[in-house]
Design a protein around this ligand. Structure first.
Ligand SMILES: Nc1ncnc2c1ncn2[C@@H]1O[C@H](COP(=O)(O)OP(=O)(O)OP(=O)(O)O)[C@@H](O)[C@H]1O
Ligand SMILES: O=P(O)(O)OC[C@H]1O[C@H](OP(=O)(O)OP(=O)(O)O)[C@H](O)[C@@H]1O
Length: 213
C-alpha cells in the first residue's frame, strides 16, 4: 500500500450510488465500486474503498480501520461515537419517526402515554427520545421490515425511517412524530485527522467545492 493511502468506508445499499457519484464529482475515482462483484475492497490511486453495512460505517471509522466514511445521520446518532463530521452531503434524505396503526385504540398522545412497546432498528435513539419525554419504553430491536411489527402484534408502535411515506401507508400506519431528520454525512476519524491532516484536509476541501458547484 502507498504511504499516503486513505481508507474510505462506503455504505452498501441505497446510499452507495449517490456516495460514489459524489466522490466522482469531487475528483475521487471510486467508479469501480459500482461494478457488480462480491468484492469488498477496491484500491484506486491513494484510496482504498471498503464496502460495509450502513450501520457499521461509524464503527470502522471510529476504530481507525477507515480514516473517513460516508454514513446517514441516523446511523451516526445511533452509534454515538466521537467522530469529526465536517460535511453534510445532502443526499439520502429521510426522517426517523414514530408511527402507529391508523386504527389504534388510543392514538399517540405523549402527555397521556405511560407505557409504550416499540419496535425499531434504532434502540438507542428511541430510548433517549422516550426517556426525554418521561416514558421508559420497552424496545424490541429488529433489523428490517419494522413496519410489520404492529401489524402482527409484536409492538404498539415503531420508530423507523420515512422518506415518501409509502411503506407506512401501505401497511396501515401513520407518522405521529419526527425524532430526527437525516442526510448522508462525511465522517472522519479524529486521530487520522491529526496524523494525516495534509492528505485529509485537501480531500475535505475538494468535497466542499463539489457540494457548492
Ligand atoms: N427510504 C429511504 N429514503 C432515503 N434514505 C434512506 C431510506 N432508507 C434509508 N435511508 C438512508 O440510507 C441509509 C442506508 O439505508 P439502507 O436501506 O441501504 O440500509 P439498511 O436497511 O440499514 O441496511 P441493510 O438493508 O443492509 O440492513 C440509512 O441509514 C438512511 O440514512
Ligand atoms: O417512506 P418510504 O419511501 O416508503 O421509505 C421508508 C422505508 O425505507 C427503508 O426501508 P428499506 O427499503 O431499507 O428496507 P428495510 O425495512 O429492510 O430497512 C425504511 O426502513 C422504511 O421501511
Amino acid at each position: 500500500m502507498r504511504y499516503d493511502t486513505i481508507t474510505l468506508a462506503l455504505p452498501k445499499g441505497r446510499l452507495l450510488k449517490d456516495a460514489v457519484n459524489f466522490l466522482i464529482k469531487a475528483g475521487i475515482d471510486a467508479s469501480e465500486v459500482l461494478t457488480e462483484t462480491r468484492k469488498l475492497v477496491f484500491v484506486k490511486d491513494n484510496f482504498r474503498f471498503i464496502l460495509v453495512k450502513p450501520m457499521d460505517v461509524p464503527t470502522y471509522v471510529y476504530y481507525g480501520t477507515a480514516d473517513i466514511g460516508i454514513a446517514g445521520k441516523d446511523v451516526i446518532e445511533e452509534k454515538g461515537y466521537d467522530l469529526y463530521e465536517p460535511l453534510n452531503l445532502g443526499f439520502g434524505e429521510c426522517r426517523l419517526s414514530v408511527a402507529e396503526p391508523v386504527d389504534i385504540k388510543e392514538p399517540y398522545d405523549i402527555e397521556k402515554l405511560s407505557f409504550i412497546r416499540v419496535a425499531t432498528k434504532y434502540p438507542k435513539i428511541t430510548d433517549r427520545y422516550f426517556r426525554s419525554k418521561g416514558i421508559h419504553p420497552e424496545i424490541i430491536t429488529l433489523y428490517g421490515s419494522v413496519e410489520l411489527a404492529p401489524l402482527v402484534g409484536l409492538a404498539d408502535r415503531i420508530v423507523d425511517l420515512v422518506q415518501t411515506g409509502t411503506t407506512l401507508r401501505e401497511n396501515g400506519l401513520r407518522e405521529v412524530d419526527v425524532i430526527l431528520y437525516s442526510t448522508a454525512r462525511l465522517i472522519v476519524n479524529r486521530a487520522s485527522l491529526k496524523t494525516k491532516y495534509h492528505i485529509i484536509k485537501p480531500i475535505i476541501d475538494k468535497m466542499k467545492r463539489a457540494l457548492s458547484d
